[in-house]
Design a protein around this ligand. Structure first.
Ligand SMILES: [Ca+2]
Length: 658
């Protein structure tokens, strides 16, 4: 007798295998792995018959699978085939036993730089309607949330990080109706929406600042104003201290009208708000409440460590010992002891946490670039005093600057720094690129793109993917004439290339038509990378294998319980090899192996191993650079002789029970 049922129902069917059984599924693959302690006959959609104990379902493709197994004569311990399903259905036993976790621990967060994602109006720069038109793409990608870089009303001196109205949408991106449509459409599709929140400063064109200049109450002290220390012989006012702006030059700008300086950690067009003023604190809470009440799912809090400066501003910061830096201009020429990570910052973050806690499951992630890991970890808070859900983990950007610095050993120590310092009970995250850093393919090498996405999506924690990294977009060279980024502009034509963030902000490459399908206009706000004719979404959907297909497979694969909650271990770490394993229930293990070198190598996972691995594994995914017959997905490979091309990543499924 045969029973036919959908694979999805397996979790509830355990215990019914007292008769010969056939499984037939024509359901689109969710990346399942089937395994059993006895060999079974499996016929896949290609008509290939296999007599095996393990079968990795093809990822991201439609298939028909038939499995026949005769349970008569099996011992009772054999009677439960282990079928690991990756559907987000709650039918699986292991999923139902797991304690409820907030959505952001299960999902991939995808950062959209709205100006560069998709233009719906034919103006050459992206907008909200453009994002709405690509939601199906995002859903199919398998991400769970979008984080939008700022879309608020802004004079765009720092591309939206200079906000003149925190509660409205800039016309460049659309209007509030468009935003509400975007939010509603995302929620209909099961996608969360995270807003950028930029509390440290406003635009100098914000009405608060204009009223503050006029000393109009209650705005007089909304910003950080200071009398001059004195005047030079020429009659120029002298700033109260030596503090330098992140974007170079004095952090103080003189206002004739008020006969005072105001302080700005960033551009002069971005005056710092005075968080010692209770009205300012209330205003910022009202802004958060405004967006939470609209239904947004969380915030990415910008430049938080800059929120407070010491109260007594008549103190200089010490000069750094690095003589390569140009004092008094470069930000790095000072040790920032008085202007970052001040204790009051944590009090304000706590207020925001308490506000967010009045809603359900709202995510607070904070941007903290800091060389001292303890400082970064402070933003998690602790059990008694929870603060951010996580500060961004920028270690793979800060610690590993290029291919030479990226080795198996350095990757391991970089992962360890986060995992070892993270407070008890907190949740990790992984960032490999963003709007402030170069594209990962350009920093480390294009051969590593798939491997780096494997790393980011399969380590325990929340992955944050910058738009375009799923197709392996690389930095675009931008001429001085085309440079837009204020950080690049302030360093001038000779130095701008070192500092400009434009190369990683160019338009998304959708297809090979004119302007990469990004806009119908003939020009774009930043040039499109010339490689768009071959490197684009459409080409990668149509290709037999592509970065995009690997990425989609990874978002499916990480729904497996082993990746959601499994243990993390490192079987082999050498200069050339970074490997990690994720396992659950002591029976199924996934192994991720990355060849960090540029050379083809043979890896023996049994040599210098930290624990015993089985003899073989089944290939689930491999980098698109590998075309060897031996590592074709679904094939069984010897763990003593893993052939890997330069920069390759491999994901294997192992049966560790036998
Ligand atoms: Ca500040």
């Amino acid at each position: 007798m045969s029973i036919i049922f959908m694979v999805i129902a397996i979790g509830n069917m355990c215990g019914m295998y007292d008769k010969p059984l056939q499984i037939v599924s024509d359901r689109e693959s969710k990346g399942l792995t089937f395994s059993h302690s006895k060999n079974l006959d499996v016929v896949d959609s290609y008509g290939t018959s296999r007599h095996i104990a393990k079968y990795a379902f093809p990822l991201g493709s439609t298939f028909t699978l038939s499995v026949r197994f005769d349970l008569l004569g099996m011992s009772s311990s054999d009677k439960r085939p282990r079928l690991f399903q990756s559907s987000d259905s709650a039918t699986s036993e292991s999923v139902s036993k797991r304690k409820r976790v907030p959505w952001w621990q299960n999902e991939v967060i995808y950062q959209i730089y709205p100006r560069s994602f998709k233009d719906s109006k034919g103006l050459g720069s992206g907008d909200l309607k453009g994002i709405i038109s690509k939601l199906d793409y995002l859903k199919e990608l398998g991400i769970g949330a979008i984080w939008l870089s700022p879309i608020y009303t802004s004079p765009m001196a720092d591309f939206g990080y200079d906000i003149s109205n925190f509660m409205d949408i800039d016309p460049v991106f659309g209007n509030m109706t468009d935003f509400e449509e975007l939010l509603g459409s995302c929620h209909e599709k099961g996608l969360k929406v995270i807003m950028d929140f930029v509390p440290n400063h406003s635009s100098n064109e914000h009405e608060w600042f204009m009223k503050s200049v006029q000393m109009e109450d209650p705005y007089t002290d909304y910003y950080i104003w200071s009398d001059p220390l004195g005047f030079t012989e020429k009659g120029d006012p002298i700033p109260p201290n030596n503090w330098v702006s992140v974007f170079r030059g004095s952090a103080w700008t003189w206002v004739e009208e008020r006969q005072q300086f105001y302080f700005h950690q960033f551009l002069a067009k971005q005056p710092d708000l005075n968080f010692r003023n209770s009205h300012v604190r209330e205003e910022m809470k009202n802004i958060l409440k405004f967006w939470l009440d609209k239904g947004v799912d969380g915030f990415r809090i910008d430049a938080l460590k800059h929120l407070f400066e010491v109260e007594d501003i008549y103190q200089d910061e010490p000069i750094a010992s690095d003589s390569n830096l140009n004092y008094p201009f470069d930000y790095g020429s000072l040790c920032h002891t008085l202007t970052v990570n001040q204790p009051e910052t944590f009090d304000v973050l706590k207020e925001w946490r308490e506000l967010a806690s009045q809603y359900t499951d709202k995510l607070l992630m904070v941007e903290i670039y800091d060389g001292e890991i303890e400082q970064v970890m402070n933003y998690y808070g602790n059990e008694r005093n929870p603060l951010a859900d996580f500060p961004f983990n920028f270690l793979m950007i800060d610690k590993l600057k290029n291919r030479t610095e990226l080795t198996g050993k350095s990757l391991k120590s970089t992962v360890d720094i986060w995992m070892d310092n993270m407070p008890e009970g907190k949740w990790p995250n992984w960032v490999l690129g963003n709007h402030d850093s170069g594209r990962m393919g350009s920093r480390f090498g294009e051969d590593l793109i798939d491997a780096l996405n494997m790393l980011c999506l399969l380590l325990p924690g929340t992955p944050i993917t910058y738009y375009g990294e799923e197709i392996g977009m690389i930095n675009t060279w931008i001429s001085w004439k085309d440079t837009q980024d204020p950080q690049g502009c302030r360093y001038g034509p000779k130095l701008y290339e070192k500092y400009s963030r434009d190369p990683a902000r160019t338009p998304m490459q959708w297809d090979s038509t004119s302007c990469a399908g990004f806009t119908t206009h003939t020009e774009t706000w930043l040039p499109i990378n010339e490689n768009y004719k071959t490197l684009n979404v459409k080409a990668q959907i149509e290709a037999a294998s592509s970065h995009l297909k690997i990425y989609r497979s990874l978002t499916l694969l990480r729904k497996e319980e082993a990746f959601r909650s499994g243990k993390l271990s490192y079987p082999v770490i050498t200069n050339d090899v970074f490997s990690f394993a994720r396992s659950v229930n002591d029976c199924e293990m996934y192994l991720v192996v990355i060849n960090t070198s540029e050379n083809n190598i043979m890896v023996n996972m049994h040599k210098n191993a930290n624990f015993r691995l089985p003899d073989t594994g089944v290939v689930i995914l491999r980098s698109i650079t590998d075309s060897s017959e031996n590592t074709v997905p679904h094939s069984e490979v010897s763990l003593s002789n893993l052939e890997m091309v330069g920069g390759e990543g491999l994901v294997l499924s192992l049966d560790i029970q036998s």
